[in-house]
Write a protein that binds this ligand. Structure first.
Ligand code: NAD
Length: 296
């Protein structure tokens, strides 16, 4: 028997468009364009492709996007020195280091060299601490903030009073998102449960979710059997695949989920564009903090 998708698409484009319009208005009114500096270590195709899209978006919004590239065999000491030097440059408003770093480099030490006010992607302990304390700053992890924005954009996806299950506990997505969707300072007021690789019976937990956010980094992990009928499913996962028509992305959620979910985010075209837009808002807010309301 043929089944047709029941779910509505929770698309990123309209949300990203609204955020970008706001950023572009603020940037146009500034005397000096905001500047984002990216530090890239070694040759990493995924990071290069990501930075290519960030550079393009930044240029469209009037943001100056610069890059410092260091060889893969740089040591932690020299990398820390470079990040500290760039961070001290007053013309740099925002600084991102592309993680993961090549093996042998100490991520925590490197992240600690990013000035907290210039941290636009939740890399520092200060940014994560602010999230935990319910301070809605423009330094939170951009992907987690993007999920909050997406859910807030559609009244039917509002997490308030709902059971939220997040699959994945990384510091860039799952863990901060749990706080942002239900902790102190949260405007979402959901009730999150965070699962990880060692959690018992993740499918059963997922099936109880009114809002299911999947950020496991496992292609097609969540199938229709994991989803409560009518639930909102947000797919954070991104996996590049080659098709006859070239490269595209697929997520952590199997497309069959559309047969049972009420709403779901497409990959590509869901969380990704909103993440990039939120990142640009964080950069603009680093340059002009008084021009933006509190974040997430
Ligand atoms: P990560 O590898 O750091 O963390 C994955 C988390 O998922 C871990 O906590 C792990 O315990 C958990 N996990 C893995 N398999 C699981 C399972 N079977 N059951 C329960 N938990 C499981 O990954 P990350 O950096 O958080 O990224 C997750 C995914 O999101 C990746 O596909 C990444 O490419 C994507 N991502 C997308 C964006 C975006 O803007 N769309 C941004 C960041 C990351």
């Amino acid at each position: 028997m043929m089944t047709s998708p029941a779910a509505a698409l929770l698309k990123g484009a309209p949300v990203a468009k609204r955020i970008k319009a706001q950023v572009s208005d603020v940037v146009a009114s500034l005397d000096t364009p905001p500047c984002l500096l990216n530090v890239l270590v070694g040759h990493n195709e995924a990071a290069l492709s990501y930075l290519g899209s960030i550079d393009k978006l930044a240029a469209r919004l009037g943001i100056d996007s610069r890059r410092v590239e260091l060889p893969a065999d740089v040591d932690t000491e020299d990398l820390c020195r470079a990040v500290t030097e760039q961070g001290a440059d007053p013309s740099v408003h925002a600084l991102m280091v592309q993680f993961p770093l090549p093996k042998g480099l100490d991520r925590a030490r490197v992240a600690a060299c990013i000035p907290p006010a210039k941290d636009v992607d939740g890399a520092t302990i200060e940014s994560l601490g602010a999230v935990l304390a319910g301070q809605r700053r423009h330094t939170a992890p951009a992907t987690a903030a993007a999920v909050v924005e997406l859910l807030a954009s559609e009244p039917a996806c509002d997490p308030e009073g709902k059971d939220v299950v997040i699959i994945g506990r990384s510091l860039v997505v799952g863990r901060p998102l749990g706080v942002m969707l239900g902790g102190p300072g949260s405007t979402a007021n959901g009730t999150p449960t965070i699962c990880h690789r060692r959690s018992p019976d993740v499918p059963a937990k997922a099936r109880r979710a009114d809002v299911l956010v999947v950020a496991a980094g496992v292609r097609g992990l969540v199938t229709r059997e994991w989803v409560k009928p009518g639930a909102v499913v947000v797919d954070v996962g991104t996996h590049p695949i080659e098709t006859e028509d070239g490269w595209t992305l697929v997520g952590d959620v199997d497309p069959t989920v559309a047969e049972v979910a009420g709403w779901f985010t497409p990959v590509p075209g869901g969380v990704g564009p909103v993440t990039n837009a939120v990142l640009m808002r964080h950069v603009a807010a680093a340059a002009a903090p008084t021009r933006f309301e509190s974040a997430w």
